[in-house]
Design a binder for this molecule. Structure first.
Ligand SMILES: C[S@@+](CC[C@H](N)C(=O)[O-])C[C@H]1O[C@@H](n2cnc3c(N)ncnc32)[C@H](O)[C@@H]1O
Length: 123
């Protein structure tokens, strides 16, 4: 077992895919052109408000924000480190998106009251 894995075991991740390399994996597996095509199929358009639950590093959220600008796009994830990466990457890409720590099971606590239309897209 390598040191990374020992550290992760000690911190007991509740997310089964957790890994020190998970952020890099999420970025590598995401093709923004494919994401854009899929997101447009959901009906996402300029000026809309959209929520990305389990946004990870925001690889998909950034494309959502580009499509929906000047709307409002919020990414929610339980992982503090993933969200830190998401904020950095969005800023580097010049993208306006908000990232909040929250659990899919109790979104109202993170976001307040929202009326949602749910469109499951990816994982
Ligand atoms: C496979 S990753 C996908 C990330 C992103 N949607 C993408 O496609 O790049 C799943 C993400 O869901 C997050 N997650 C897992 N359980 C969650 C929960 N209960 N509430 C919010 N986020 C959660 C993880 O931290 C992880 O970043």
């Amino acid at each position: 077992m390598v040191d990374d894995e020992r550290h992760l075991e000690a911190t007991v991740p509740s997310y089964i895919m957790e890994s020190a390399r998970e952020g890099a994996r999420l970025e590598a597996k995401t093709d923004p052109a494919v994401s854009e095509q899929q997101l447009r199929q959901t009906g996402l358009q300029r000026g809309m408000r959209a929520l990305d639950v389990g946004c990870g590093t925001g690889a998909v959220t950034r494309t959502m924000a580009k499509i929906a600008a000047p709307g409002r796009v919020v990414g929610v994830d339980t992982s503090t480190s993933r969200l830190a990466q998401a904020r950095e990457l969005a800023a580097a890409d010049g993208v306006e998106a908000e990232f909040m720590e929250g659990d899919a099971c109790c979104l109202s606590a993170a976001l307040g009251q929202l009326r949602l239309r749910v469109v499951p897209v990816s994982l």
